[in-house]
Design a protein around this ligand. Structure first.
Ligand SMILES: NC(=O)C1=CN([C@@H]2O[C@H](COP(=O)(O)OP(=O)(O)OC[C@H]3O[C@@H](n4cnc5c(N)ncnc54)[C@H](O)[C@@H]3O)[C@@H](O)[C@H]2O)C=CC1
Ligand SMILES: CC1=C(/C=C/C(C)=C/C=C/C(C)=C/C=C/C=C(C)/C=C/C=C(C)/C=C/C=C(\C)C(=O)O)C(C)(C)CCC1
Length: 490
């Protein structure tokens, strides 16, 4: 497989020019027109649709990705997101009436959905279209100008995006900055109206510190270890297929991949047997001979993941094969893993699935709560009470029962973490909202002073009494002692 794009970094001087020219583009007022935004959104859709073959080839070069994975998870879903935004942008952008309030009724209070301005999207290698183009659809729908800084690691996909953006998009609305640390550092020296960063926590700290210097608001889409909690009362065959698929797809380089599994000790063998059966079904000629497995993005990530596997004290159930020459790691399940294991020390971001036996669901919840809030939390169970127990007693970016990863494509759901797994959301309307300034607006009639004239000096107790009597709020009845007690205890 070859891709014909060379990675060429943007010069630091050009980054200044791009910043200035996008500011001009925003000032031109073009993006105030919803019709214009729709044209740009449609162009993003066609940028992908016209070049599906080239994108699939570029994914194959960067990530050894099978075409089906690229189509299902990234290309079709991002094109679908363009269609959703195209169809709904008028509704999203409408000025909204404030809820009825007698005091303010005469002022006609409204919320104007306005663009923030010029916004960069700094995106990672693992889903280099969905994380790069996906949020931009919402940013443009909201009327912003966008600069995209795709990952230097997924060089071929990023190069293809850089080639196509000038052909499809108005340069007043969207530009691309290519590069790595130096270029991103330069980009971050400039003031922006909102920064979206997707990637790891270490770099997120650098980005946040830089954004603080220019007081640029920021959304962080980060990662972490997303747990799976297994209830013996689950549909075991389906659970095993879905978990193994979620771990193997994109070679585990998915921030919402199931990172590790917590399973009751006396159910571990049965669960692992089901994973073995799923593995035999997915890769009948063995993983090494399968063309349906992605590879690891870089030599550095390959040796990091292999290093963690080499140090495990758990028992490899299947997998474990690696091929450094093509950065290949076979989907691997490791059982009997303990809290102190290398595989539990950091987000794996690779196709290794540690299975950690626990006594019961309470122990699983306790373990999850000792760790950073994960990006996703998965439960496999057919028992509503079990699912509620896990979801109600934990925190995570998303709470998913009986499937993995596909919520990333679900229309109407926000995509985002909480605490160390991120802050802010994107996808669909949530991308629109993230890049929208809610501009409070009202128009005060002169006649209202006949009622509100008491607000003006000279202040008198008569005026104060009038305002308190007429505008003061009457709270609902005070909580009873028994209500206070219940709240203090719970
Ligand atoms: N929550 C989400 O939506 C997603 C989160 N992730 C997380 O991203 C991580 C893996 O992605 P990577 O591409 O390795 O992340 P990364 O943080 O290394 O790189 C992401 C971006 O930051 C830039 N960058 C890297 N080092 C920088 C520095 N020192 N200063 C300024 N910019 C810098 C890169 O050029 C790239 O554009 C994982 O932790 C994963 O969980 C990945 C995809 C989606
Ligand atoms: C086939 C017919 C029918 C039924 C259709 C059905 C039931 C369709 C269901 C489709 C679903 C559930 C699609 C799900 C798609 C999920 C996607 C695209 C997930 C994407 C995830 C992404 C991009 C994750 C990103 C993760 C990142 C960035 C990360 O973690 O790092 C009918 C309708 C019944 C009849 C006609 C035929």
């Amino acid at each position: 497989m070859s891709a014909d794009n060379k990675f060429a970094s943007t010069s630091l001087e050009e980054i200044d020019q791009i910043h200035a020219s996008l500011r001009q583009g925003f000032k031109s007022g073009k993006l105030k027109s919803i019709a214009y935004r729709k044209v740009q959104i449609l162009q993003l859709g066609y940028l992908l649709q016209d070049n599906v073959r080239r994108f699939k080839d570029a994914f194959a070069v960067d990530l050894g990705r099978p075409a089906l994975e690229s189509a299902f998870l990234e290309l079709d879903s991002t094109i679908g997101d363009c269609k959703v935004a195209y169809d709904r942008v008028e509704k999203w952008a409408k000025t909204e009436k404030a809820p009825f309030n007698l005091n303010f009724f005469a002022f006609g209070p409204v919320v104007r959905n306005e663009p923030k301005g010029v916004v960069p999207n700094i995106s990672p290698f693992n889903y280099p279209v969905w994380t790069a183009i996906g949020p931009i659809i919402g940013a443009i729908a909201a009327g912003n100008c966008v600069v995209l800084k795709p990952s230097e690691l997924s060089a071929n996909v990023s190069g293809l995006i850089a080639e196509l953006v000038p052909k499809y998009m108005d340069p007043d609305a969207m530009r691309v900055v290519m590069g790595g640390i130096a270029e991103t550092t330069k980009l971050l020296e400039l003031p922006w109206d909102h920064i979206l960063y997707t990637g790891g926590g270490r770099v997120a700290r650098i980005i946040s510190a830089a954004a603080a210097k220019t007081l640029s608001p920021i959304t962080l889409e980060l990662g972490g270890k997303s747990p799976v909690v297994i209830d013996p009362k689950c549909d075991l065959t389906t659970a095993a297929r879905r978990i193994l698929w979620g771990k193997a797809v994109n070679a585990g380089q998915t921030c919402i991949a199931p990172d590790y599994v917590l399973v009751p000790r006396d159910f571990e063998e049965k669960f692992v047997d089901a994973l073995k059966a799923a593995h035999a079904e997915f890769y009948p000629k063995g993983a090494l001979n399968s063309s349906d497995i992605s590879t690891i993005i870089s030599a550095g990530h390959f040796s990091r993941i292999k290093g963690l596997l080499d140090k495990t004290e758990g028992e490899i159930v299947f997998g474990g094969e690696t091929d450094e020459s093509r950065k290949f790691i076979a989907p691997t399940v490791v059982k009997g893993v303990k809290e102190t294991d290398s595989l539990m020390s950091e987000e794996l971001f690779g196709p290794i699935l540690p299975v950690m036996p626990v006594e019961n669901v309470d122990a699983a919840i306790e373990y999850i709560n000792k760790k950073d809030h994960p990006l996703s939390l998965y439960v496999f169970s057919q028992d509503a009470a079990f699912k509620s127990k896990v979801f109600d007693n934990t925190q995570s970016g998303s709470a998913i029962a009986n499937d993995v990863i596909i919520h990333g494509g679900a229309d109407g759901l926000p995509f985002g973490g909480t605490g160390p797994s991120g802050s802010g959301y994107h996808h669909g309307k949530y991308s629109f909202d993230e890049f929208t300034h809610l501009r409070a607006s009202l128009d005060s009639p002169s006649w209202i002073d006949k009622i509100l004239g008491s607000r003006y000096p000279p202040y008198t107790s008569k005026k104060e009494n009038f305002l308190t009597k007429n505008l003061g709020v009457r709270l609902p009845a005070r909580p009873s002692p028994s209500q206070l007690n219940v709240h203090a205890k719970s």
